[in-house]
Design a protein around this ligand. Structure first.
Ligand SMILES: [Zn+2]
Length: 58
């Protein structure tokens, strides 16, 4: 099982994509990227929900 996220689905215009076999690992990679590239230092429940709704599992 793979979890995939295209950051552009959450942050229009961003080309970063993430893939992991572990959902919490994917979320931490996304959190690091959000902090480094989008200046989002705190993943609020709203952001987490938006990200999770865009994660593709397959
Ligand atoms: Zn991004």
């Amino acid at each position: 099982m793979k979890y995939r996220l295209a950051c552009g689905d959450v942050m229009p215009g961003c080309a970063a994509t993430f893939e992991s076999g572990d959902q919490s690992e994917l979320m931490s990679a996304v959190a690091s990227h959000a902090a480094a590239d989008h200046g989002i230092t705190e993943i609020t429940p709203e952001i987490a929900a938006a990200v999770q709704s865009k994660i593709q599992v397959g």
